[in-house]
Design a protein around this ligand. Structure first.
Ligand SMILES: [Zn+2]
Length: 432
C-alpha cells in the first residue's frame, strides 16, 4: 500500500487541503487529511509533494492514434477534403509497424499530458497494435476497428460481412482484457460510409455483447446535407430509427445537430464526445453545448488527434469554454467547472468505465499530480479555473492509472520512451 498526497486534492466531496490517498493494488482504499492518514496507515511508499494538486486522471474521449503521423496537415482544409487528401491515403498505406509506432507514441504523449483513459478510433487495419500498446503501458482504453462498407477508398472499404466478422473477432479477443482496463467499441466511421445493413449488424453485436457503439455524427455541413438527402432526416434520427441511440452510444461532434436531435440524445441517454479544437481547426462550426448540458446530455471532451495536434486536455477544456463564450458573446455560456467535469468524470461515464473519473473511496486509482511550481499556477487563486484556463502538459508531474505509477516526477516508468520516439522518427512522416 502506498500514499499519494498533495497540498490540494479535487475529490468527489470538493477541494481538500493537505490531503492524502491510501492506494492498495488498483483502488483508492481510503482518503482523508494527511495527518490523520499517516497515523492510520503505514505506507510502503509516498508519492507527492506539498506543492502538488491531485486530480482525477483525464479522459480523452475521442482520438485517432493511427492518424498521429499526419499531424500538421489539417490546417486550411475542410473535413471531407482533409479525409480524402490525407487521412484515407495515409490509412490506406498504413503498415503494422507504423500502426504500432503511432499507438505507442500517442499513448506516451497522452501519459505526459495526464491522460489515463481514452477512446481510440483505430483505422480499418492493424487495430491489435493499439490494444497491445495500451496493454503494454497499463492505460484504460476503449478501442475499436473503424469499419467502412461503402463510399470509401478501395484500400479501406470492406464487405459488410468482413467488417462485422473482424469486429467480432477483435471484440472476443480484447474486450474486458488486462484486468478490465481494455474495452471494445463497435465503430462505424460515419453514416456516409456505413450501409444500413452494417449499422443493423453493429446493433446486433452491441446488444448481444453489451459493448459501446460509437461513431462520428453531424460534424460538417456537407456531410449533414448528404445524410438529409439520403435518409430524409438527420443521421441522429436515422441511427435512432435503427435502435442505435441508447445509453451505450457515444457520438462525436454533433456540430450541426438540431434541438430535436439533442432532445432525442438526452432522452435515449447517449453521450457526446465534443472536440472543440478539431471543430475550430477544420472550421466545422460550434455545437450547441450549453443546450446539450441544459437538456442533460452527458458531454465529454476529446482531442480528436490528428484533426488537432496535441493531447492536452487542458487545452481542449479551455477551448470548449472559449468557443462558447465567443460564439454566444456571453461570459456565462460555459463554466470552467463544467469543462473540468467533461474532461474527467463525464468522459469516464461515456466510455463505460464506471469506477473512475473522480477521486473517491473504492474507485479505481487513476490520479494525476500537477505541480503548482509553474507559471500557470502562480499565484494560485482558483484551482479549477487555473487548470482549465492556464495549465499546460508541463504542469503534469506524476500519473497513476489503476494503481500503477506510469510517470513519476516527469519520468516515464513504462515503455522505453527514447527508443520508441527514435524509431517513430524513422518510420513515420507523411509527404504533403
Ligand atoms: Zn474523429
Amino acid at each position: 500500500m502506498y500514499e499519494v498526497w498533495g497540498g490540494w486534492a479535487i475529490t468527489s466531496e470538493g477541494i481538500k487541503e493537505n490531503y492524502s490517498f491510501a492506494i492498495e493494488k488498483d483502488r483508492i482504499l481510503d482518503m482523508g487529511p494527511r495527518n490523520e492518514m499517516k497515523k492510520k496507515y503505514s505506507f510502503d511508499d509516498s508519492v507527492g509533494k506539498k506543492h502538488h494538486i491531485i486530480c482525477p486522471g483525464f479522459v480523452d474521449a475521442h482520438m485517432h492514434s493511427f492518424q498521429l503521423a499526419t499531424k500538421g496537415l489539417t490546417a486550411d482544409e475542410s473535413l471531407l477534403d482533409w479525409l480524402k487528401k490525407y487521412i484515407w491515403k495515409w490509412e490506406g498505406e498504413l503498415t503494422k509497424e507504423r500502426a504500432k509506432s503511432c499507438a505507442e507514441v500517442s499513448y506516451l504523449q497522452m501519459i505526459r499530458c495526464g491522460v489515463t483513459t481514452f477512446s481510440d478510433y483505430t483505422s480499418v487495419h492493424h487495430t491489435e497494435e493499439a490494444f497491445k500498446a495500451a496493454k503494454k503501458f497499463g492505460m484504460r482504453a476503449l478501442i475499436g476497428k473503424t469499419i467502412m462498407d461503402r463510399n470509401s477508398p478501395a484500400e479501406l472499404e470492406e464487405s459488410t460481412d468482413k467488417c462485422l466478422k473482424e469486429t467480432k473477432v477483435l471484440l472476443k479477443k480484447w474486450h474486458g482484457k488486462n484486468k478490465g482496463l481494455l474495452n471494445y467499441a463497435v465503430t462505424p466511421r460515419f453514416c456516409i460510409s456505413s450501409s444500413d445493413e452494417l449499422l443493423r449488424g453493429c446493433k446486433k453485436i452491441c446488444d448481444k455483447e453489451g459493448v459501446l457503439f460509437r461513431t462520428h455524427t453531424e460534424e460538417n455541413k456537407s456531410e449533414v446535407a448528404w445524410e438529409k438527402k439520403a435518409y430524409g432526416k438527420s443521421s441522429i434520427q436515422h441511427l435512432d430509427s435503427l435502435g442505435l441511440l441508447n445509453e451505450r452510444a457515444l457520438l462525436t461532434h454533433c456540430v450541426w445537430s438540431s434541438q430535436k436531435d439533442i432532445t432525442l440524445m438526452a432522452k435515449r441517454g447517449a453521450s457526446l464526445a465534443h472536440c472543440p479544437g478539431s471543430n475550430m481547426l477544420l472550421a466545422s462550426g460550434t455545437p450547441d453545448i450549453p443546450y446539450m448540458l441544459k437538456k442533460g446530455v452527458n458531454v465529454c471532451i476529446g482531442t480528436d488527434v490528428a484533426a488537432y495536434y496535441n493531447f492536452s486536455m487542458f487545452e481542449q477544456a479551455r477551448l470548449a469554454c472559449l468557443m462558447q463564450k465567443e460564439e454566444r458573446k456571453d461570459p456565462h455560456a460555459m463554466h470552467h467547472e463544467d469543462a473540468f467535469k467533461m474532461a474527467t468524470i463525464n468522459g469516464a461515464r461515456a466510455l463505460g468505465f464506471k469506477e473512475t473519473g473522480e477521486l473517491k473511496i473504492g474507485n479505481k486509482a487513476d490520479l494525476v499530480l500537477l505541480s503548482t511550481n509553474h507559471l500557470a499556477f502562480s499565484p494560485l487563486n482558483d484551482i479549477i479555473s487555473q487548470i482549465v484556463y492556464s495549465a499546460f502538459p508541463s504542469t503534469v508531474d506524476t500519473v497513476i492509472c489503476n494503481g500503477k505509477i506510469l510517470m513519476r516526477e516527469r519520468t516515464l516508468l513504462v515503455g522505453d520512451a527514447r527508443r520508441i520516439m527514435y524509431r517513430a522518427k524513422e518510420i513515420l512522416g507523411v509527404k504533403k
